[in-house]
Write a new protein. Structure first.
Length: 104
């Protein structure tokens, strides 16, 4: 699913896991879906810093069977209440938060 917002000539959208070519663009992170456990979160962030958001390591970190949280504080939002065993559920919660507020 992709949510698109258009304002004053600027297009903003939530990418999610969708892969498509949109041409030249700048991707800004609005949130982080990350493990709830502090030690796993540190390992997750270290691996993603070293390996990036794409590739085998990034894909592997997405399969961890841990509790996930949605941290929206980097965009001025909250750390969402709740823990999700399914990572996609945490992503759905963050997308719902942004959609309810018309934020992208």
């Amino acid at each position: 699913m992709v949510t698109v917002y258009i304002q004053k000539g600027t297009v903003q959208y939530l990418i999610g896991e969708v892969k498509f070519d949109i041409g030249p663009s700048k991707v800004l992170r609005y949130s982080n879906v990350e493990p709830c456990n502090a030690m796993l979160r540190a390992a997750f962030k270290m691996l993603r810093t070293l390996a990036g958001d794409t590739g085998r390591i990034a894909e592997w970190t997405r399969t961890w069977r841990v509790y996930w949280r949605a941290d929206l504080r980097i965009s001025g939002g909250p750390l969402l209440e709740g823990r999700w065993l399914d990572r996609q559920e945490a992503i759905n919660a963050e997308v719902a938060y942004f959609n309810e507020r018309g934020i992208a």
